[in-house]
Ligand binder design. Structure first.
Ligand code: NAD
Length: 500
């Protein structure tokens, strides 16, 4: 790592980067069984600044065995709910106490702004772990008065228990690396499960630092195991491992389908948080300037690498030109730069592959007749920067309107009336989020039930809270994370019937 970057980060982050990176299996920090390593690149420069083990099937197998031992024989199942709650709270405290270091590592690894990493990713991870810690003591069953028709004179006492599902394989993406790890580990541990976590190959660093904090917090070895490696090797081995009871996956819809196929053989439980193409719908009573600011935040936050990114902007005809020209001015004024520079408003994309993928979508849109209202391609020679881009003159059937681009690119389309807005908003294979911008309560209330999406925001976008279930309709996924609903996915219901 160059000297300038070294000076921009804390001593703690420098110390973590200077030490060799190893995977956490049981109580041991280990290399991959075959000794292979993966390069980790700084997206702002393209330079390799760290290496992590390239775990494969043999490493995943070892990690699953460690997690099974901790689940079946180790201290975890024997602990009381309140002890699990305290350990999760201790972990939240550790993340909070090390938030600056974690944010710097996230910024270097992913490209995102260190300020946002601190105040969004780390703050949400801490909140989420604390919220989930509270559920450890609130998992409950029910008693049932039963009537068995063929022996009416008999008496029974019946009840249900919720029991941890077992070893959870958690596979996560690169856009919010530490936060996604917390989304999986929090409910899994609260429910009494043990975990094998596979971070994305592009962004493995904060997961490894989290592993250290997990042990420091007093969570017993083997309860959380962390295997770094490629998706097609380590990820695929985890998804198909017979010792894994449940896969909690966040990532693209294409890989989510592979994961679900792999899980079928062992009837592994699967929850999938997948891609999106979320609409931002501006009604004609909205303030155009406010709507443009909202639309800009909806698409450009985290460089557009957000599953709920507002990547389709539908504006009622009367306001279309005004909103789009305001949005284009905001985009044109954004300062691109490395995440470690406090002045930069838009960082690089995570990788060269992602930058080229996003640019090829822009080219495909332009090739099909779209016009560029702002941006339009990569920026600079070094690093993976893409200019914030607004495309107009697009048609609903174009790839740029139908497919998830996962970058700072928004398509803007006008509509005539609410029926048309709802039809266009629902017209993609995805259904993760949507936002409506209006103060006309009656129209908004009538629209909400018609939008096929797991979350609808009104006059805001991509706002999440630990207590509110989050997940997708249609090809955006299966199951809900966050809120009480998250616990359902990490527990099995056992019915008990006792003759009395
Ligand atoms: P990805 O699907 O390429 O990778 C996600 C994870 O799956 C990574 O850890 C990867 O190594 C692993 N993987 C890849 N191939 C695999 C295989 N064959 N078997 C098992 N695991 C495999 O996704 P990405 O590019 O890292 O992330 C971006 C995607 O994630 C976007 O589509 C985005 O919308 C989605 N996402 C969804 C949510 C949500 O909550 N719905 C949140 C964040 C990101």
């Amino acid at each position: 790592m160059d000297m300038t970057t070294r000076h921009l980060i804390s001593d703690a982050a420098n110390a973590f980067l200077a030490a060799p990176k190893r995977m956490l299996i049981g109580a041991d920090w280990v290399d991959a069984a075959d000794g292979a390593q993966l390069d980790v690149r700084n997206p702002a420069t393209g330079e390799v600044f760290a290496q992590v083990p390239a775990g494969k099937a043999a490493d995943v197998d070892r990690a699953v065995r460690a997690a099974r031992a901790a689940f079946e024989e180790g201290p975890w199942p024997a602990m009381s709910p309140v002890q699990r709650e305290r350990l999760l709270l201790a972990l939240a405290d550790k993340v909070e106490a090390n938030a600056q270091e974690l944010a710097e590592l996230e910024s270097l690894d992913n490209g995102k702004s260190v300020m946002l990493a601190r105040h969004v990713d780390m703050a949400m991870a801490v909140d989420f772990l604390r919220y989930m810690a509270g559920w450890a003591t609130k998992i409950e069953g029910a008693t049932h008065d039963v009537s068995v028709p063929f022996i009416p004179q008999a008496k029974f006492f019946a009840w249900t228990r919720r029991e941890p599902v077992g070893v959870v394989g958690a596979i996560i993406p690169w856009n919010f690396p530490l936060l996604m790890a917390a989304w999986k580990i929090g409910p899994a541990l609260a429910a009494g499960c043990t975990v094998v976590l596979k971070p994305a190959e592009e962004t493995p660093l904060t997961a490894l630092r989290l592993g250290q904090l997990i042990l420091e917090a007093g969570i017993p070895p083997g309860v959380v195991n962390i295997v770094t490696g490629l998706g097609e090797t380590a990820g695929a081995a985890l998804a198909s491992h017979p010792g894994v009871a449940k896969i909690a996956f966040t990532g693209s819809t294409a890989v989510g389908k592979l994961v679900q196929r792999a899980a079928i053989e062992n009837m592994t439980r699967v929850s999938l948080e997948l891609g999106g193409k979320s609409p931002v719908i501006v009604l004609d009573d909205a303030d155009p300037a406010q709507a443009a600011v909202g639309a800009a935040q909806a698409i450009f936050f985290n460089q557009g690498q957000v599953c709920t990114a507002g990547s389709r902007l539908y504006v009622q005809k009367k306001l279309f030109d005004k909103v789009v020209s305001e949005l284009a001015s905001i985009a044109n004024a954004m300062k691109l730069g490395p995440g470690l520079d406090p002045a930069s408003e838009l960082g690089p994309l995570v990788s060269e592959v992602q930058r080229d993928r996003v640019c090829s979508y822009i080219d495909s849109g332009v090739g099909q007749g779209a016009k560029v209202a702002s941006g339009g391609g990569r920026s600079g020679e070094k690093g993976y920067f893409v200019k914030p881009t607004v495309l107009v003159d697009v048609r609903q059937d174009m790839r740029v309107v139908q497919e998830e681009i996962f970058g700072p690119v928004v398509v803007a389309l006008p509509y005539d009336d609410i029926d048309e807005a709802v039809r266009l908003a629902n017209d993609t294979p995805y259904g993760l989020g949507a936002s409506i911008w209006s103060n006309d309560l009656a129209r908004v209330h009538r629209m909400i039930p018609r939008i096929k999406a797991g979350t609808v925001w009104v006059n805001c976008h991509s706002m999440l809270d630990a207590s509110l279930p989050f997940g997708g309709f249609k090809q955006s996924g299966i199951g809900r994370e966050m809120g009480r609903a998250a616990l359902d996915m990490f527990t099995e219901t056992k019915s008990v019937m006792m003759a009395v």
